[in-house]
Write a protein that binds this ligand. Structure first.
Ligand code: NAD
Ligand code: UGA
Length: 439
């Protein structure tokens, strides 16, 4: 069986590489010629732990190849994954143009029975629409090919993408025929044999499961973030609160870590998209909407916390550690840094910024603030002569900083630890005016 993957971003590339490691023959395609050129020359365009090793192995065994020719992928594949981006439009709805372009091309080049797999996160009703678009194209071409559509949402996390793809909690498959269900079982044979639960359902349910999962996780984070600020006022400790809450099996300890606001390419986008879908069907998803508003507000509250504690940031230098939206990725989409840095600058601060993988992206995204930001080569250079240090993202290397050294090279010694990395660290109060979150 030959697999085609259209779109080689975080999801498409991981899907292609991991499926080739399951022993399947995979051809990945992207419209971005430079990306394909890089992939054909051993260069991985994203930072994702473990990806390069699997890529090297499967390219070596000739199970994995790359092209920018969509016709070739469609004609040569039995199963075609669509994994292109579906970013937010200004009104919160999903931008479907990339996805629709691919669907049109499939209708144009289909040359026999294929299974078309929707891997991108798409509005409910999309799989049915894909079926219509391809059927219409086939009719116009006056040919007679059969095909099936499958909705197969992806639940991987960036930074843990390979592990998540190869050890999923469940595989969700919206199907309409036994034939396509059996083909998908064959594609995921390794997982099926490993007793990973498979949920077979209709298109709409599969599409809804994806949005419901992301929205629920976002609500959970929004909840703990709001509670963290209340904890500070009433003298409670958010870490203990979260641990004890999580001991209740009905709640679970996961996704109860307070932080400066969730970011990434998915929670912000998918919460807005499901609210937009609700609006179209006259159903007000007020809890999800409140989470979106709360998350935006939370980033402002982080800035206010710094300003209030320091009196003012006018003329002060602030070291920002962690620019990506989470550790172990180079993805800066909707990262808290993109909101917090400009607000500090607007209040008169200068920024010294460091992140193991996020500098390139943030430099581009915040180019209009370039006079006020110095990008540094490590956390110590960032801390040097800074009045305050702000930890935004929990990269491992920020967990074991030499506090005595930082104390000596920085000024004023404020440490705002918005990931509570130094919670209960005996040294921290010796060297810093320490402010965790929710403590
Ligand atoms: P991405 O932006 O990293 O990659 C999308 C890729 O699609 C780009 O390389 C782009 O050049 C390519 N593309 C666009 N139009 C194309 C076309 N016509 N033909 C071929 N390639 C084309 O996006 P991503 O983060 O991988 O997300 C893809 C989808 O998966 C989204 O719907 C997203 O919501 C969903 N998803 C993402 C994650 C994640 O962790 N990033 C997890 C689960 C689901
Ligand atoms: C998230 C989901 O976890 C994946 O299941 C899903 O497939 C993906 O979105 C998607 O649809 O794209 P991801 O965005 O890669 O994955 O990363 P997460 O680990 O979920 O973190 C998202 C944001 O929430 C980050 O900004 C992170 O810092 C924040 N977060 C997470 C917290 O602030 N606290 C937590 O306890 C957990």
């Amino acid at each position: 069986m030959r697999i085609g993957v259209i779109g080689t971003g975080y999801v498409g590339l991981v899907t292609g590489v991991a499926l080739s490691d399951f022993g399947l023959n995979v051809i990945c395609m992207d419209i971005d010629k430079k990306r394909i050129n890089d992939l054909n020359n051993g260069i991985i365009p994203i930072y994702e732990p473990g990806l390069k090793d699997l890529y090297d192995k499967n390219v070596y065994y000739k199970r994995l190849s790359f092209t920018d020719n969509i016709q070739k992928v469609i004609e040569e594949s039995d199963v075609i994954y669509i994994a292109v981006g579906t970013p937010s439009k200004k009104d919160g709805s999903s931008e479907m143009k990339y996805f629709v372009n691919v669907t049109n091309d499939i209708g144009k080049y289909i040359n026999g029975y294929k299974v078309i797999v929707d891997k991108s996160t798409v509005p409910i009703g999309t799989a049915r629409e894909v079926k219509k678009i391809i059927s219409n194209k086939i009719k116009i071409r006056d040919v007679n090919y059969n095909f099936d559509v499958v909705s197969n949402p992806e639940f991987l996390r960036e930074g843990k993408a390979i592990y998540d793809f190869t050890h999923p909690n469940r595989i969700v498959l919206g199907v309409e025929s036994e034939k396509s269900a059996n083909i998908m079982k064959e594609v995921y044979r390794v997982l099926y044999l490993n007793k990973i639960p498979f949920v077979f359902t209709n298109f709409e349910t599969a599409e809804m499961i994806k949005y419901a999962s992301n929205a629920f996780l976002a609500v959970k984070i929004g909840f703990i973030n709001e509670l963290s600020l209340l904890c500070e006022k009433v003298g409670a400790d958010i870490i203990k609160v979260a641990i004890a809450m999580g001991m209740d099996g009905r709640i679970s300890p996961k996704f109860l870590h307070a932080g400066p606001g969730y970011g990434g390419s998915c929670f912000p986008k998918d919460t807005k998209a499901i609210v937009d879908i609700g609006r179209k069907y006259n159903e007000n998803l007020s809890i999800v909407q409140a989470t979106i508003d709360s998350n935006e507000n939370h980033k402002n509250r982080m800035v206010q916390k710094i300003i209030k504690t320091m009196g003012s940031v006018e003329g002060k230098t602030i070291a920002i550690l962690g620019l990506t939206f989470k550790p172990e990725t180079d993805d800066i989409r909707e990262a808290p840094s993109l909101k917090i840095i400009p607000k500090l600058i607007e209040n008169g601060a200068r920024i010294k910024a460091f992140c193991p993988e996020g500098i390139k992206g943030v430099k581009q995204e915040l180019s209009k603030y370039k006079e006020s930001i110095t990008y540094c080569s490590d956390e110590y250079q960032a801390a040097k002569d800074s009045h305050a240090i702000v930890i935004l993202i929990e990269w491992n290397q920020f967990r074991g900083m030499d506090m005595q050294r930082i104390n000596k090279i920085s000024r004023d010694n404020y440490l705002f630890d918005f990931r509570n990395l130094y919670y209960r660290d005996n040294n921290v109060d010796k060297y810093f005016k320490y402010y965790g979150l929710g403590l």
